[in-house]
Design a protein around this ligand. Structure first.
Ligand code: NAD
Ligand code: MG
Length: 298
């Protein structure tokens, strides 16, 4: 599924109706097993040296939104350290090949960021192999749908917070000593931060925390010349959703309740992450940009 994203066209029909069939993957899912496959801009994203010579650490860079961001950053001239889970190596290999095809460095650092020691080691290894870090994209996340609060166990609640919130805290804190003035931190929050689904209580709560973390840290770091922003996606077609991120009934209708009338593709997120990383957004910090298909942020 590839579209010329630069030609003016109707966004409603820019991508064909997904017509998502019933499907399940174990968590974390793989991009290569999505039916239909998603568009990450592999064939279309055109760079313009917006991030030439920059050094980016991107978590969850193997698939979905993180993959689209990694491809775009490489085409804009950045070297990239990729974080992902070891079980996602096949997805990561595809992204690494695309980064290297741009003549950029791809540093693969698989591991579990819900572990504090690994999160710190991830930053040290990224900084040492890239020769520094000046863009940090905290994008990894987990989302497991549980209909009733009675069925949401404390282990899941804690693990969702460790992966989505604590890891962001550990990684950002460890990265700070490397980030120069001009650096940019970009967190992936969600529409769920503002309009939580009843079956995503733990997940939506982590996204609320990420939004507040972004607003506050942006103010704290502004005088040091480090900007902190977040992107709040609406429904985007990625492996997060069929790997127990949604109940089957919602999965087959995914994205249809947006004003645009369809789910978004990861490729449609990348330009926002490029903008927030680049100097073009110099006066934007502590901000959240929604990419929601019309279910706007408050
Ligand atoms: P995705 O499954 O492709 O990406 C999530 C990635 O998180 C995985 O690839 C995995 O590498 C990483 N991850 C999860 N647990 C990890 C762990 N313990 N250690 C290391 N890495 C881990 O799905 P995506 O939708 O592209 O998700 C990216 C971000 O976007 C997430 O933060 C998600 O919450 C957010 N988001 C997604 C949507 C959507 O509709 N897809 C909407 C709003 C926000
Ligand atoms: Mg993945």
């Amino acid at each position: 599924m590839t579209k010329n994203q630069y030609a003016m066209q109707n966004p409603v029909t820019q991508y064909p109706d997904l017509d998502i069939p019933e499907q399940r993957q174990e968590e974390p899912g793989l991009d290569s097993k999505l039916i239909p496959l998603a568009d990450h801009g592999e064939k279309t994203y055109r760079g313009a040296e917006r991030l030439k010579g920059r050094k980016a650490l991107i978590t969850g860079a193997d698939s979905g939104i993180g993959r689209a961001v990694a491809i775009a950053y490489a085409r804009e001239g950045a070297d990239i350290a990729l974080s992902y889970l070891p079980s996602e190596q096949a997805d990561a290999d595809e992204v690494i090949a695309l980064i290297e095809a741009e003549g950029c460095m791809a540093v693969a650092i698989p591991g579990d960021i819900s572990d504090e020691a690994f999160s710190k080691q991830l930053v040290e290894e990224a900084a040492s192999k890239l020769g520094g870090i000046d863009i940090l994209v905290n994008n990894a996340g987990r989302q497991l749908y549980v209909e009733k609060l009675e069925d949401l166990d404390a282990d899941q609640f804690e693990s969702t917070f460790r992966t989505n919130v604590f890891a962001m805290f550990w990684i950002t804190k460890a990265a700070l000593k490397y980030l120069p003035a001009g650096a940019s931190i970009i967190n992936t929050t969600s529409i769920q931060s503002y309009q939580p689904s009843p079956g995503l209580i733990d997940y939506a709560s982590t996204k609320g925390a990420i939004t507040a973390f972004t607003h506050g840290l942006g103010k704290q770091l502004a005088s040091r010349g480090i900007r902190v922003n977040a992107v709040a996606p609406g429904p985007i077609w990625t492996p997060l959703q069929p790997s127990y991120g949604q109940p089957m009934k919602k999965l087959t209708q995914f994205g249809k309740n947006t004003p645009v009338g369809r789910a978004g593709q990861p490729a449609e997120l990348a330009p926002t992450y490029v903008f927030l990383a680049s100097q073009e957004s110099s006066y934007i910090t502590s901000e959240v940009i929604g990419v929601t298909g019309g279910n706007h942020l408050p």
